[in-house]
Write a protein that binds this ligand. Structure first.
Ligand SMILES: Nc1ncnc2c1ncn2[C@@H]1O[C@H](COP(=O)(O)OP(=O)(O)OP(=O)(O)O)[C@@H](O)[C@H]1O
Ligand SMILES: [Mg+2]
Length: 507
């Protein structure tokens, strides 16, 4: 792929600039993408990737710069406008209508006024698309019942259905399991051989190496380089991205585990989805121990999370926190006893989106003595705390007063991590703690998790990244259909055996 004139680019961007109050999110960015190309956009949290994409799809109007699509100058007034011209985007946070079916979601808003929806011809067309690209999806299924990985296909089909030829995907693999990712890339490769072009935003360097033809690196709103992927290594990309070397290996000190901080004794729960219900599950985490829960999403991880945090009902069995029975305690009682929580769905469960960063830092923490002056909150103290955390976690934000909803995806996650890590918890439950973070931030979070472990915190690490579990956990528990199917000392754990147990083979 080159711009020597053999092919003309599908899209060409010249000096695109976009400000937000106090931030230069995109600083004169120029690049082009060829037909049939998968082009990755890489950069730290807050580097300006989503903003750039949203300038191309009509969400934002750039302050300056020009965009040419198939050789023609374009200026879109809305995402709808961009889609009608052939440019579509799937966002970090989906925009589906959960109670509607797959097919309804795909065609809603696409037929022009007055024309009755023809479900028959629509479903024929969608089935043809699925066949062409190898997408497996039940068109009649209700979207809210689908796993997120499948929901993403619905978003993608929405764009293909209206004939999009340039597709922008913002961290699509963040919601996929490793098995799903392989299949996902297979489909993307097929799409580009059929003439589509893709701009793929991701933090995962392996994915960039695996799937892209070229990659563009942004740092703090500036374009650092556009390079052929073949000519790069993972290390070189990481260095371009964060401006320093990133160490992919962690040094883990030996820690002598103490007394149990969490015990599940024969816990049974009930859910609509039987695969997820806990069926007499027992486990134990000690002080200074990281227990990694390995499993395919939807095998009870969510139930364990709910039972520990106190939002899920226990049918029978017991839950002990520091030896004390908390089976019937409220979430607040558990938090006051030293439970810290990093939820999987940060937008809904972890943050107040329309509130400033500052208020979000003290959520659940507001009763702590240092934040109070008599009956009131001590905002001077809270401000100082906020500034310290912003600095410590390098959160890209102008001031503690900035509303959380204006933060980038990864920086949202950092606000939760900073808050939960700072409570000196006795037990931390971390559900996908590094999802959506850039490599530098992941490195930092991993170190902080090991620091907590060293100070005696017991940690339950729920992660779909097996690499992460192997790097951090002392003990690995494999969950399948609501039961622990195997327990391993990480040093002696066999990754293949774990993979088989995750799939329900062997015991
Ligand atoms: N609506 C907005 N108002 C104010 N600032 C914003 C707004 N949207 C984004 N920003 C700021 O612009 C910068 C770039 O954000 P952007 O979302 O493009 O980053 P990103 O590269 O996608 O990061 P991530 O990997 O964390 O998703 C950040 O500093 C962010 O806080
Ligand atoms: Mg983003």
């Amino acid at each position: 792929m080159s711009d020597t004139g053999a092919v003309s680019p599908v899209i060409r961007i010249e000096k695109l600039t976009k400000h937000f109050p106090g931030v230069l999110a995109n600083d004169s960015i120029s690049l082009f993408i060829d037909p049939g190309e998968i082009h990755c956009l890489l950069g730290e949290n807050g580097a300006g990737k989503t903003t750039f994409a949203e300038c191309l799809n009509g969400t934002y109007r750039p302050d300056s710069g020009r965009v040419f699509y198939k050789g023609e100058r374009v200026e879109f007034s809305s995402p709808r406008d961009a889609i009608s011209r052939g440019i579509g985007m799937v966002h970090q946070h989906f925009e589906l209508v959960p109670p509607m079916t797959v097919i309804e979601n795909i065609i809603v808003g696409t037929e022009s006024k007055g024309i009755r929806l023809n479900l028959d011809s629509a479903s024929k067309k969608i089935n043809r698309l699925c066949e062409t690209y190898g997408i497996e999806l039940d068109l009649g299924a209700v979207v809210s019942r689908l796993p997120v990985g499948k929901q993403q296909w619905v978003e993608i089909l929405k764009t293909l259905y209206v004939g999009v030829e340039f597709l922008i995907l913002d961290e699509p693999t963040a919601v996929l399991t490793p098995q799903e990712i392989e299949n996902f890339f297979r489909v993307l490769r097929k799409m580009v051989t059929q003439g589509l072009s893709i701009l793929l935003i991701t933090h995962k360097l392996n994915e960039v190496m695996d799937v892209s033809h070229r990659v563009t690196v942004l740092r703090k709103g500036k374009l650092i380089a556009t390079v052929n992927t073949d000519a790069m290594t993972r290390q070189e990309l990481a260095r371009k991205m964060v401006g320093r070397d990133v160490v992919f290996l962690l040094e883990k000190e030996a820690v002598e585990p103490g007394s149990p901080v969490l015990e599940f004794i024969n816990v049974v729960t009930e859910t609509i989805n039987r695969r997820e219900a806990l069926q007499g599950l027992s486990l134990m985490i000690k002080q200074g121990e990281i227990l990694g829960l390995a499993g395919v999403a939807g095998n009870g991880q969510g139930q364990i999370f709910d039972v520990i945090t106190g939002v899920g009902d226990v049918q029978s069995g017991e839950v002990l926190l520091n030896g004390e029975d908390v089976t019937d305690s409220t979430p607040w009682m558990r938090i006051s006893k030293g439970l810290a929580i990093i939820p999987e769905d940060r937008i809904h469960d972890g943050l107040l989106m329309s509130f400033p960063v500052r208020e979000n830092f003290i959520l659940g923490n507001h009763k702590r003595r240092i934040f109070r002056k008599g009956p009131f909150l001590d905002f001077k103290e809270i401000d100082a705390f906020s500034r310290q955390k912003i600095d410590e976690f390098s959160i890209a934000v102008n001031s503690p007063m900035q509303k959380v909803k204006t933060l980038s995806g990864g920086n949202l996650q950092k606000v939760i991590l900073a808050r939960e890590f700072s409570q000196n918890p006795k037990l931390l439950i971390a559900n996908q703690p590094t999802r959506g973070l850039d490599v530098g931030a992941i490195e930092y979070v991993h170190h902080r998790l090991l620091d907590l472990r060293k100070s005696g915190t017991g940690i339950l690490l729920i992660s779909e990244e097996l690499d992460e579990i192997f790097q951090l956990a002392d003990t690995i528990a494999v969950i399948f259909r609501g039961q622990i199917r195997g327990l391993f000392d990480t040093d002696n754990a066999d990754i293949e055996k774990i993979g088989l147990l995750m799939a329900g083979v062997g015991a």
